[in-house]
Design a protein around this ligand. Structure first.
Ligand code: ADP
Ligand code: MG
Length: 239
């Protein structure tokens, strides 16, 4: 396996890499090893599915990849930099600028409007209010739900909620979208539409797509898929 921390190679398109990742929860007799030595490269522009049964470690891996959680052992390399070497502020900025997130449960704030929900990543990034509003409207327009901008987030169907969540994911122009079971709470027709939206963003805007799923049909649409079992990669398939 190539050394992800090695000297720059202009033909190498690796955006994010992990080596020998381990993640344990708890300690002593209640310790559980959720990741047991995972190495993986994510290339710019690809669509990658992380598949496996419930409890296999998919979400844990995604959280470590997305710098939302720290591994117990192993390295995470973003843009050829070991994230351990980043200051907390650099880490926050890197996470904010690089990643967009879509979750099965949408995670929209019920008391806020759709526009406020979509503006949130920009607010965190310190973008001024007016620019925030403009960019959030643009993202909502792109997802076909700009007419819902003033609605409370709860006044939407599941499909609309996930569109809003995707708008929030792309509003900061991320390089990678992490989607954890993005169609898990949707009926199959609506899920198909949401899938199409994600793959269109991947194809037309070159946003790298990492999808965590136990849906084999969704996984089969990705350029590449890795299967996790008990915290290890047991299979890798390229389309
Ligand atoms: P998946 O997404 O594939 O369903 P997860 O990564 O969520 O799997 O979980 C992997 C394993 O780690 C599961 O057995 C789960 O119970 C355990 N786990 C996940 N998060 C925690 C946590 N915060 N504390 C303890 N155990 C956890
Ligand atoms: Mg999960």
């Amino acid at each position: 396996m190539p050394d992800a921390t090695g000297p720059a190679n202009p033909t190498d398109t690796t955006l994010l890499a992990v080596r020998d990742l381990e993640k344990s929860y708890g300690s002593g007799s209640s310790r559980f090893d959720a990741l047991r030595g995972i190495s993986l490269d994510i290339r710019a522009g690809e669509s990658l599915a992380i598949v496996g049964k419930s409890g296999s470690g998919k979400s844990t891996l995604m959280h470590v990849l997305a710098l939302l959680d720290e591994p117990t052992a192993g390295t995470v390399v973003l843009d050829r930099r070991n994230v351990k070497d980043l200051k907390r502020s650099e880490l926050n900025t890197a996470r904010n600028k690089t990643f967009g997130f879509v979750f099965q449960q949408f995670f929209l704030t019920a008391s806020q409007t759709v526009l406020e929900n979509v503006s949130l990543p920009l607010a965190i990034a310190g973008v001024p209010v007016r620019a925030r509003r403009e960019q959030a409207r643009e993202a909502l327009e792109q997802l076909g739900v700009v007419d819902k901008a003033a609605n409370k987030a709860t006044d939407l169907s599941g499909g609309q909620k996930q569109r809003v969540a995707i708008a929030r994911a792309i509003v900061g122009r991320p390089r990678i979208i992490f989607a954890d079971e993005p169609t898990g709470n949707l009926d199959s027709a609506t899920g198909q539409v949401v899938e199409d939206i994600l793959f269109t963003l991947n194809r037309e805007q070159g946003i790298t797509l990492v999808v965590v799923t136990h849906d084999d049909d969704l996984a089969a649409r990705c350029d590449r898929r890795v299967r996790i079992h008990d915290g290890r990669i047991v299979e890798e398939v390229a389309r």
